[in-house]
Write a protein that binds this ligand. Structure first.
Ligand code: ZN
Length: 266
């Protein structure tokens, strides 16, 4: 079905990307990825693991069979998720128990963190819809309902002479865990990292329902966004499209003011 092949299929440790969206450095990998129906990609560091070619699966790493999460990914390759009708069907989410285990190992106390911030664990959708490309020409993935709402929002803004672009949409738990692991390895303490980065699992970006919005010529994710005509337009019209600013000034979560971060509610 049109659109389904453009979905990002999500498993706990590996994403299944549609062919044609990814680029590889090596010649052999580049040729395989250009022809692939699906590319298996490790979530933590973005490494390409295998290409699903018409003639079969081509491993792009040694010891593919030993890759954590490979069974779940190969299982998902065999059965593409049923296409959800936007606004009607519920997109299933992945379980959270693995995340909780890994937070413990990182030294993040999930209960203390949740209590301190008032934030809840956010599950990842089992698949994400393509919402075009972000400002940096990276594929933008969102929950299917948010993807449709974002398209409508952008279109409505454009009719009023306002150009909106996206800085960042869906981000996985593993992506956020990877940031923590790299900073811990450089000798930072957990509390230091938590002052700058949301704990893995607690970002609204994990749901695919939130996105960071910008406008050309304005630096990404800066408070100065609030004095642009684009922000004025959003403040007036975004609510009518189902979007709300998650972190206004003095929000109860103790998160800094983020005039660029908007969340869609189904
Ligand atoms: Zn954000």
């Amino acid at each position: 079905m049109r659109g389904q092949s453009q979905a990002l299929v999500n498993t706990p440790e590996i994403e299944l990307w549609p062919g044609g969206l990814l680029h590889a450095r090596g010649n052999r990998d580049a040729r395989a990825i250009a022809r692939a129906r699906r590319v298996l990609r490790r979530k933590r560091d973005g490494r390409y693991l295998a290409a699903d070619l018409p003639e079969g699966l081509l491993p792009l790493v040694p010891h593919l069979r030993r890759e954590p999460g490979i069974d779940a990914a190969l299982g998902a390759l065999g059965r593409e998720p049923a296409r959800a009708r936007p606004g009607i069907d519920v997109v299933p989410t992945l379980p959270l128990h693995r995340l909780q285990m890994r937070l413990d190992r990182l030294g993040v106390d999930p209960e203390g963190y949740a209590e301190r911030t008032g934030l809840a664990l956010v599950a990842e959708p089992a698949w994400l819809a393509s919402a075009g490309f972000d400002r940096f020409q990276r594929p933008l993935w969102l929950h299917v309902d948010a993807a449709r709402a974002w398209r409508d929002l952008r279109g409505a803004a454009l009719r009023d002479g306002i150009v909106l672009d996206s800085i960042s949409g869906y981000r996985s738990h593993d992506y956020q865990l990877g940031i923590f692991e790299r900073k811990l390895a450089r000798g930072q303490a957990v509390d230091e990292i938590l002052a700058v980065n949301a704990a893995p699992g607690y970002s609204e970006h994990h749901s695919g329902l939130a996105l960071d919005i910008g406008t050309p010529g304005e630096p990404p994710a800066e408070e100065s966004f609030e004095s642009t005509p684009a922000f004025d337009w959003l403040a007036t019209h975004a609510g009518g499209h189902g979007f709300a600013m998650s972190y206004p000034r003095d929000n109860p979560h103790g998160i800094v003011y983020e005039p660029w971060h908007w969340r869609f509610s189904c």
